[in-house]
Design a protein around this ligand. Structure first.
Ligand SMILES: [Zn+2]
Length: 159
């Protein structure tokens, strides 16, 4: 089984090989999360202190202060725990991470300048990946997704 450390290694390799010119405006954390059938990855901007700091807040004013712009932020990438299994090709997981890094680069869920109106506007993610020399990851992901969808449909038919 792959673990969070493995994810971190993949993140660092992808950053080095394909996103070296992207400004790291806030730190990036990566972890395996809830197993989801169709949502393989996500990125969100969270307060450095996380949920624990929210607990002690008694008022809306306090909440706004705590999550205000002066709070240090980090981008948290969550990858479905389904991808911890070794039978999912490593490039499929790498595609998922690289996809989220495109959002980071485009200013979604990061402190970078927002470059587009919507995170998936007109195929901007795959265009970005292609420009960054990661086209092979798109191919691997698409091929895997095709088989995965088929397997899910086949399982449904049986029921
Ligand atoms: Zn996306």
């Amino acid at each position: 089984m792959r673990d969070n450390e493995w994810l971190e290694q993949q993140l660092q390799i992808l950053l080095k090989n394909h996103f070296a010119n992207v400004k790291i405006t806030n730190p990036i954390q990566i972890k395996f999360g809830r197993e989801a059938k169709y949502r393989f990855g996500s990125i969100r901007l969270v307060s450095h202190k996380g949920i624990r700091s929210i607990k002690g807040i008694k008022s809306i004013k306090g909440l706004i202060k705590a999550v205000g712009d002066d709070t240090p932020k980090k981008s948290l990438i969550t990858v479905t725990s389904m991808f911890a299994k070794e039978d999912v090709p490593a490039d499929v997981v790498r595609y998922t991470i690289a996809h989220e890094l495109c959002h980071y680069a485009h200013g979604f869920s990061s402190m970078n300048k927002r470059m587009f109106r919507h995170p998936h506007h007109g195929g901007i993610v795959n265009r970005e990946l292609t420009q960054r020399g990661a086209e092979h990851l798109i191919r691997e992901f698409k091929a895997w997704l095709k088989g995965y969808r088929k397997a899910i449909l086949a399982a449904r038919v049986k029921i």
